[in-house]
Design a protein around this ligand. Structure first.
Ligand SMILES: Nc1ncnc2c1ncn2[C@@H]1O[C@H](COP(=O)(O)OP(=O)(O)OP(=O)(O)O)[C@@H](O)[C@H]1O
Length: 233
């Protein structure tokens, strides 16, 4: 069966610096897959390459068998890929509703509607007319996730959604991921918090210095092997 996402021998370059080395991975429809790795391992570069946001790549990236290599970021989003970027990148002076609408406008038409976001994140329902800069970090992350969900993606890319948030808020965000998957959306999850991400993932890939050094199902690989792959040595 053709995977939803297929990354084949991907290398990413920033000028002469090579951040990824022949990375290959697959994500099936509806699957949750984690990319784990320490600072600088290349996790964000992988996600950015998928949405066409790095200067140069070698190798191939296919969604549903269709090459994304030469597509613009907006065309990639329209074809069903959404990124929740590290740092959220919201419009702080716009309201919750206005930020969410951006996802609706740039995405695909599908089953998810604006009002559905308040089902995923009830805490946003009473704040929809508030400017995003007035919200807590956790609520802002909900808006960032909501905006991405509103593009009706077949593949949702999440870059460190737990960063800087309190454990209880992180728990709330992670509880939503299986709900998102119920609509058939696959999720590629980049995290430094290994326990958190592996607990919701079907499979994982561990990156070390730009290379895949370990992959598998969380239950099939020992904790020691995962930690070793994360730190090297
Ligand atoms: N725009 C850029 N220009 C030059 N080098 C970059 C750029 N972006 C990332 N790098 C380098 O590429 C390597 C991989 O960075 P990347 O951000 O992908 O790693 P990461 O695993 O996501 O780390 P972190 O968790 O710190 O975000 C690092 O050595 C980083 O310094």
């Amino acid at each position: 069966m053709t995977p939803l996402l297929s990354v084949e021998a991907l290398s990413v370059y920033y000028g002469k610096f090579r951040a990824l080395f022949d990375v290959s991975l697959e994500v099936a429809a509806g699957e949750i897959v984690s990319i784990i790795g320490a600072n600088g391992a290349g996790k964000s570069s992988l996600l950015k390459a998928i949405v066409g946001q790095v200067p140069r790549i070698e190798g191939g990236i296919h969604l549903d068998g269709r090459s994304l290599d030469c597509m613009s970021t907006s065309a990639i989003v329209s074809s069903g890929v959404a990124l929740v970027p590290e740092g959220r990148r919201l419009f702080p002076s716009l309201t919750v509703d206005e930020n969410l609408d951006i996802g609706w406008q740039i995405g695909r038409r599908g089953s998810i509607r604006h009002e559905d976001i308040f089902g995923f994140f009830p805490a946003l329902a009473s704040r929809r007319k508030q400017r995003v800069r007035e919200l807590s970090g956790g609520q802002q992350q909900m808006v960032a996730l909501g905006r991405a969900i509103l593009t009706n993606p077949s593949l949702l890319l999440c870059d460190e959604i737990s960063l800087g948030l309190a454990p209880v808020i992180i728990g709330d965000l992670y509880n939503i991921l299986p709900e998102i998957r119920k609509n058939g959306t696959a999720i590629l999850l980049v995290e430094q918090d290994i326990s958190r991400s592996l607990a919701v993932s079907d499979r994982f890939y561990s990156l070390l210095e730009g290379k895949v050094v370990l992959s598998g199902r969380p239950g099939d690989v020992s904790r020691e092997d995962i930690i070793r792959s994360y730190f090297g040595g």
